[in-house]
Design a protein around this ligand. Structure first.
Ligand SMILES: [Mn+2]
Length: 303
């Protein structure tokens, strides 16, 4: 039986808007635990991690709240790694997406320790590949992918004990539709594989996912980092950075179902849910619905 551990990280320390700190509780209110249990999954809710409050200060040397971001990410790293070591599937309930550094560095460390290959699906409106030089805002939630690939401040890139924590070759980005000019150039230089919205419009979600999930084998750990702003804001308004033109409900369902079909999902982040901007918790309810598909909720027609 699959054992899932829920880890709440109630902070908006890396974000440009306050409110993602309430994400974990909104996911619980939307019944993430009981919903997974109804599918025969054993759920361990580990409660919330703790870390420094958000001082809401301007950037220093291109970063906002760097030390606080590092503290939160170290806490996330240890918690995610501990669950993987127990053989559980960790679900990180964010919190803003800067926490992907702690989560994915823990997954990468676990893969090194167990001799597994790693594939990361980054579902997001943004590439999150900024650096202090490139970023217009200094908000670290725009930098986690760059940090994981070794481009960032020492105290973030070293979390997990190996620099870089991951190779850009292990990542597939899906749903991208907002990239800063300098960031775009850097994404190309580093050779990230990106299925942006233009690609999905032209080729369809099915084809994008077939390529993103190609060459997985039984020794591959599949990690999904799901930024809720991946979804079209018409169906998911509860996010801090609203970018129109995202996947529809059906496209998002297909994306999740195709991931489930691989049987390889081994860890998950659910990030950037902002209840302060949501409407009657609908974005959290939708996220839970999609996670249900990710864990293999099957439609009637397939056996
Ligand atoms: Mn993101």
């Amino acid at each position: 039986m699959t054992k899932v551990s829920l880890i709440g990280a109630p902070t908006d320390i890396g974000a440009g808007a306050r409110g993602a700190s309430m994400g974990p509780e909104a996911m619980r209110v939307a019944q993430i635990g009981p919903t997974l249990e109804a599918h025969g999954i054993e759920v361990f809710d580990r409660g919330n991690l703790q870390g420094p409050p958000n001082p809401w200060l301007p950037p220093v040397d291109g970063f906002r709240h760097l030390h606080e971001v590092a503290a939160w990410n170290n806490a996330v790293h240890e918690a995610v790694h501990a669950e993987l070591k127990l053989g559980h599937l960790p679900i990180l309930l964010g919190g803003d997406h800067c926490l992907g550094i702690g989560s994915i560095s823990a997954v990468a460390r676990h893969c090194r320790e167990t001799g597994k290959k790693l594939r990361i699906l980054w579902l997001d409106a943004h590439a999150d590949f900024n650096t202090a030089v490139l970023t217009p805002s200094g908000n670290i939630h725009g930098m986690p992918v760059a940090c994981l690939c070794g481009h960032g401040p020492q105290e973030l890139i070293e979390i997990g004990g190996k620099v870089p924590a991951i190779s850009p070759k292990w990542i597939r980005q899906i749903g991208i539709r907002s990239v800063d000019a300098g960031e775009k150039k850097f994404v190309h230089e580093m050779g990230l594989e990106v299925f942006d919205m233009r690609y999905i419009d032209e080729m369809g979600m099915r084809h994008a996912m077939e390529l993103a999930l190609a060459t997985l084998d039984e020794n591959t750990h599949l990690h999904v980092s799901f930024d809720v702003d991946f979804l079209d804001p018409q169906i998911a308004p509860g996010v801090g950075t609203v970018i129109p033109g995202g996947p529809t409900y059906r496209e998002a369902q297909l994306c999740m179902e195709m991931i489930a079909d691989t049987g390889r999902l081994a860890s998950l982040d659910v990030m950037e849910l902002n209840p302060a901007l949501d409407v009657r918790n609908q974005t959290a309810v939708l996220a839970v619905d999609l996670i249900e598909s990710l864990f293999g909720k099957s439609t009637l027609m397939r056996k």
